[in-house]
Design a protein around this ligand. Structure first.
Ligand SMILES: Nc1nc2c(ncn2[C@@H]2O[C@H](COP(=O)(O)OP(=O)(O)OP(=O)(O)O)[C@@H](O)[C@H]2O)c(=O)[nH]1
Ligand SMILES: [Mg+2]
Length: 250
C-alpha cells in the first residue's frame, strides 16, 4: 500500500523547526505539505528543505484535507500536524493498521497508555467536551461493538477508497469529526492506537474552543438529519483541483 504523508500547517514555524528532522519520511511513500496561508516563515522553511508545499486557495483544515486527497498519489493519506501535539515517532504505526484492512486509523489520546494535553489539569474542559462528542457518536452510530475513543483527533490516516465514500464537506476543524461520524454510519473499519499528546510548541493559537464546540454540535445535528443521504447531495466545490492550486515546487 502506498501511503502519502501530508503535513498541515498554518503559521507553524517553531513547531516545524523542532520537528521536521524527526519525521520518519522513510516510513511513507510520498510526502508534501498543505499550507493554509502562513506568513511567519513556514513557507520559506519548506523551500529551504526542498519540500513540496501546496498553498490553499481558502483557509481551514477541511479544505486542506480535500486538497490533499485531490493531489496525493497514495492509497491512503496520513495527516500530520507539526505543532507539538503529535509525536512524529508514531508515524510508522499507521502502516500495519492500514495494511490490515482498516479504513480509518486514529491516534487516540483517551485510552490507557495514552495521554491528552489536558491530563493532570484540575479542570480538563476540552477533554471532557471531547469525551462527550465521543459518547454522542458512539451511542448513535457505532454498531461495531468497538467504542471509538477519540473521534475528533486530527492525527489520523484515511484510505482513498474510504475518503471517496465519506465525501466529507465539513469546514475547518469539523472535518475529522464528520469523517468519523460517516465512517461509523457506513460501518467502515476503524482502528485506534494510543498516542501521547505533547504540548503545543509555537504560540498558543489553536482552534477557538467555544466556536469549535458549537461547530461540532451543528455538524452533529446535520449528520442526524441527513442520515446516509449525503452521497445524493450536491457536494461542495473541492478546492485544489486544477488552476486553484498555487503549487510551489522548489
Ligand atoms: N493546512 C492548514 N493547516 C491548518 C489550518 N489551520 C490550522 N492548521 C494546522 O493544523 C494543526 C492543528 O491546528 P491547531 O491550531 O494546533 O489546533 P489544535 O491542535 O486543536 O489546538 P491546540 O491545542 O492549541 O494546539 C496545526 O499544525 C496547524 O498549523 C489551515 O487552515 N490549513
Ligand atoms: Mg495543535
Amino acid at each position: 500500500m502506498k501511503i502519502s504523508l501530508v503535513l498541515l500547517t498554518w503559521n507553524e514555524l517553531p513547531g516545524l523547526q523542532a520537528l521536521f528532522d524527526k519525521i520518519p519520511f522513510d516510513a511513507v511513500d510520498e510526502a508534501f505539505a498543505v499550507d493554509g496561508g502562513s506568513t511567519d516563515g513556514t513557507l520559506e522553511f519548506y523551500q529551504q528543505k526542498n519540500f513540496r508545499v501546496l498553498q490553499q486557495a481558502s483557509k481551514g483544515r477541511g479544505e486542506a484535507f480535500r486538497m490533499a486527497f485531490a493531489q496525493a498519489k497514495g492509497d491512503a493519506i496520513l495527516f500530520y500536524s507539526p505543532d507539538g501535539n503529535e509525536d512524529p515517532a508514531d508515524i510508522p504505526k499507521f502502516r500495519p493498521l492500514l495494511e490490515a484492512g482498516n479504513d480509518l486509523v486514529i491516534g487516540t489520546r483517551m485510552v490507557k497508555g495514552a495521554q491528552n494535553e489536558e491530563d493532570g489539569k484540575l479542570l480538563p474542559i476540552r477533554k471532557w467536551a471531547n469525551l462527550s462528542f465521543n459518547w454522542m457518536v458512539n451511542t448513535r452510530w457505532n454498531r461495531s461493538g468497538q467504542y471509538v475513543t477519540d473521534s475528533i483527533n486530527g492525527y489520523r490516516a484515511i484510505t482513498r477508497q474510504a475518503w471517496e465514500q465519506l465525501s466529507p464537506d465539513g469546514a475547518g476543524y469539523t472535518i475529522e469529526y464528520q469523517s468519523t461520524i460517516r465512517a461509523l454510519k457506513l460501518g467502515l473499519k476503524i482502528a485506534e492506537f494510543p498516542t501521547i499528546e505533547g504540548q503545543r510548541i509555537g504560540p498558543e493559537k489553536g482552534s477557538p474552543s467555544i466556536e469549535t464546540g458549537l461547530a461540532f454540535l451543528k455538524l452533529y445535528g446535520n449528520e442526524l438529519k441527513i442520515g446516509n443521504n449525503w452521497q445524493r447531495r450536491p457536494s461542495r466545490a473541492v478546492t485544489g483541483t486544477g488552476s486553484l492550486i498555487k503549487e510551489d515546487k522548489p
